[in-house]
Design a protein around this ligand. Sequence first.
Ligand code: X8Z
Ligand code: ZN
Length: 629
Amino acid sequence: MRKAVRFFPLVPAIMLLIPVIFGSLMSAQTSSVATPSQTTAQPGTPTVAEAEEFIHQAETRLNDLTGKASRAAWVQSNFITDDTEQMAADANEVLIGATTELAKQATRYDHLKLSDELTRKMLLLKLSAAVPAPAPNDPKELAEMARIGTSLEADYGKGKYCPKTGKHAGECLDITAIERIMASSTDPEELKDLWVGWHTISPPMRKRYARWVELGNKGAKDMGFSDLGAMWRAGYDMTPDQFSADVERLWQQVKPLYDSLHAYVRAKLIEKYGPTAVDANGMIRADLLGNPWAQEWGNIFPLVAPPQQKEPYDVTDLLKAKNVDAIGMVKYGEGFFTSMGFAPLPKTFWERSLFVKPRDRDVVCHASAWDIDNFDDLRLKMCIQVRGEDFVTVHHELGHNFYQRAYEKQPFLFKGGANDGFHEAIGDTIALAITPEYLNKVGLLATIPQTDDTGYLLRMALDKVAFLPFGLLIDQWRWKVFSGQIKPADYNKAWWEMREKYQGIAPPVARSEADFDPGAKYHVPANVPYTRYFLARILQFQFYRAMCREAGFSGPLYRCSFYGNKAAGTKLNAMLEMGQSKPWPDALYVLTGERQTDAGAMMEYFAPLKQWLDEQNKGKQVGWKSSSQ
Ligand code: X8Z
Ligand code: ZN
C-alpha cells in the first residue's frame, strides 16, 4: 500500500496529510472528537519545549520517509514487477511503522497546554496514520499488511481480460481499453461480455482483502478507534458519527435530482435496448451506462440527448480537430491555472511525469497526481487518451498539483487539503469552467452555439449527478466491512445491496460470493477512501459559484467561466495556501464565505434541468425497488 506516500489518489501521501485534516477539528472540540486514547508511558513529565522538539523531529522524519516511500511507489506504479512491488512495500512498511509510532508517542503531550498551532499538529499527527491504515503492533503483521496492500494494487494495475470468443477474441484488454470500448459501444452483448470479463480480475483479491481489513482494524483499535472506518471518518473536524450524519444530510439534499435523472435515463435506455435494459424492480443494467462501474454516464449522452438538442459539440472532436495530443491537453490545463495568476508547473513536472501508456510494460494507469518531495517535485501519472473525459481528468489531477504547490511553504503536518474532499474538488472546479465561451477563447471551438442549454446541462448531469450515489456507496460498503457488519462471506451480496439501494442499478448477470466485485474498482484494492469524491462533487459547485461571484459573473451559473480572471485566482489561492493548517470550515469560509458543505450551489446549477427532467418524467414511475428495501 503505497498509500503512505503523498499522492492523490494514493492515499499514501494523503494519509499522512489527510489525517491531519481531521486533527484540526479536534482542537476545536476536544471532548467530542474521537481522540486516540492510548498512552505510551515514558519517564518524566514532558514540557512544552519537549513537545515542540518532538513535533519538529517528527516532521523532519516523516518528511524524509514519505519522500522515500513516494519514490519507491512511483517506480513501482510505473514499472510493475515483483521487485518493485517488494521495494515499495518495504518503504511503505517503514513509513507506516514510523507514522503509527509517532502518533502513539504524541499522546504523551496530551495534558499540556500548547499553542493552537502545536495542538493542531499533534492532532494531525495522531490522525496521520489513518489512511490507508495504522500499523498493527506486531511487526510481522505490519510487514504482512504492507505486502498485501502493495500486491492488491499491483494486481489491479496488471488486470486484463482476454476474451476467447466474440469481437475481441485473441486480444488482451486492460482497463484503459475496456473503458474506451464501453464508452461508445451500444452492443449489449459486447458490453455484457466486457463487464463480466473485467470483473474476473478481482476474485483472487478477496482473501487478501479480508486479511488486510483484519490487520487495518487491529491498528485502528490500537489507536483507540472502534474500527478503521471510524478512524477514516475522524478526519473531518467533527466526530465520526457527526460526519456520517453530515454525509447523509448531503445525500438527501441531492437525491431528488438523482432520482429525476435516473428515471429519465431509464426510459431512454428502454427505448434503445428494449425492456431488458431494466430489471423487474426498475433498476438499470449496470453495463449500459457507458462506464465499467456505471459511475459517470456522460458517454451515453448520444442515447439520451433531448430531441433537436444534440450536444452542439463534442470535446473529443474539438481536441482531435486541432491535433491536440496528451501533453497538449495538460498544457491547456496548466494554461487555465496560469491565466488566473498561478505560476507555471516546474520544468521537472514535464520531464518526470507519465502522460501516455507505455507499450512495453504494466503500469498503474489509474490517474494520480504526486508531490514526491513534499515540495516542488510535482508529477502526473496518467494514461491519457485524447477524449473529453480525459480532458476533465487532466484538470482534476492538475488541481491536486496546484494545491500541493500552493501549500508548499506550510510545515510538513499542514501540507494537505483542508479535508480530502477539498483536494478532490479543486481541479473539478476549474473543469466546470470549461464552458463553450472558454473553449472559444482558447481557440478550440470556432463558434459558440446559440442553442437551448438543456443538452449542455444534461451532459454535465450525466457525469456530475450520476456520480453522487456511486461516490457515496463505496465507503458505505467499506465502513460496514470495517465495522464487521458486513462479513467476508457476504462481501458481494452486500455490495450489490448498496449498488441497488443508492444507484438503482443491477448486474447484467447473476452474481455470487465466487465474485468480488468491489475489487474491480481501483480504490478498493488500492485502499483509497472514497467519500472524498462524494464531498468533492458537492464542494466543487460551492467553490465554482464563489469564484464566479468573485469574477463578477452574472447570468445562469452554468455559463460562467473565470478563465483569465486574477481576482478569482487570488481568492482560490488564499484557500489553497492554507493547506490543512486550520479546520476545513475556516478554509471554506475564506473562499466562499460559508462554513458548511452545502449542495445549494449544485442544485442552483442544475435547477433548469431538474425542471425539464420532471416534465419529461410526467406520468412515468420515478425510483425503483431494491431487494434490500
Ligand atoms: O480516482 C479519481 C481520480 C484520481 S484522485 C482520477 N477519481 C475518482 C474515480 O476515478 O473513481 C476522480 C473521480 C472519481
Ligand atoms: Zn483526485
